[in-house]
Ligand binder design. Structure first.
Ligand SMILES: Cc1ncc(COP(=O)(O)O)c(C=O)c1O
Length: 300
């Protein structure tokens, strides 16, 4: 089936407080957000009609904007309500949700203090980020050329569009070489994350993951750490040097899009898709499934 471009899908988009037809959700070419990357966004996922950790995502969106020096003119509650209404109006059950806020077009230059702040929320039906058959085999990652910047260089705690420039470059390069994604080191040369997901390793029954001091402390990352601890698995957050990957037995990525995705290869290092990874994949699926639909499924 031919891929339908995203600007040609059907339905509605919540845009600056109202629901508009999908094709009408446009912005002017002289928008500050487009020229200077003054925009922040979220990636959310609805399971059984409910966005997993919606409030945490919306709060992070607000915080991301504040870090970039602007305030979103809709409250967390208003955005949460708009998201739920959008899913209902679009009749979506398992979906991806993309809220975005950006500076408008009143001023065109590096400074844009007076520009109005706009916001949109779009949602669409969504399959797995990585192909399902690829997932259980474990995906292959390239080593990215670009590094996550020093927090003194870029506002790394914000989910700001500008920070994704090096992610797109890295993922494109990896895909050109036949890999599914790329692992990025940070400015110090330590293991950081993939281009849109956090990374975990398994060694001797323990989980090891880099301390998120210059990249996103993912909502999925924190969820999976909680699930691991519930199973009595020790989670070690620390600086991880790339050479250490030689001694790790398993590896997986976490993210709203990636969920828990096993990794079989990163550059010269190989990993098994082991029981601990598979157990956390299952725990995560159970965690994101709304309790009401889980009961229905169990009764069937
Ligand atoms: C660069 C990056 N790191 C990590 C994550 C994982 O974050 P989360 O689990 O909140 O989706 C994402 C996805 O939003 C991301 O884009």
């Amino acid at each position: 089936m031919a891929h339908v471009p995203f600007d040609q899908l059907n339905g509605e988009i919540w845009y600056d407080g109202t629901f508009v037809p999908w094709a009408d959700a446009k912005l002017h070419v002289l928008s500050h957000g487009l020229h200077y990357a003054s925009s922040v966004f979220e990636g959310e996922r609805a399971y059984g009609g409910e966005v997993f950790k919606l409030n945490e995502h919306t709060e992070r969106l607000h915080t991301s904007a504040e870090i970039l020096g602007f305030t979103i003119p809709w409250s967390v509650e208003e955005i949460n309500d708009a998201t739920r209404t959008l899913l209902t109006r679009m009749n979506l059950v398992d979906a991806y949700v993309r809220p975005i806020a950006w500076r408008g077009s009143e001023m065109m230059g590096v400074a844009a203090q007076a520009n109005s702040i706009h916001m949109a929320i779009a949602a669409w039906e969504w399959p797995s980020y990585f192909k399902p058959e690829e997932r259980l085999k474990g995906i292959r990652l390239d080593m990215a050329t670009y590094r996550r910047p020093d927090p003194a260089t870029a506002p790394s705690r914000s989910k700001a569009a500008g920070l994704y420039m090096i992610c797109t470059l890295s993922k494109h390069e990896a895909e050109r070489k036949g890999f599914a994604d790329a692992l990025m080191l940070d400015w110090r040369g330590q293991v950081a994350e993939a281009t849109g997901a956090n990374v975990f390793f398994v060694k001797d029954g323990k989980l090891h993951t880099p301390t998120p001091d210059c990249f996103l402390d993912g909502i999925t990352r924190r969820t999976v750490m909680g699930l691991a601890r519930k199973r009595g698995i020790e989670v070690v957050e620390r600086a991880i040097m790339p050479e250490e990957m030689e001694g790790f037995e398993q590896c997986f990525l976490t993210g709203t899009a990636a969920e828990v995705t096993p990794v079989s290869e990163i550059g010269p290092y190989t990993f098994q898709v082991g029981d601990l990874t598979k157990a956390l994949m299952e725990d995560y699926t159970a965690e994101v499934t709304p309790k009401a639909s889980a009961k229905v499924a169990a009764a069937e």
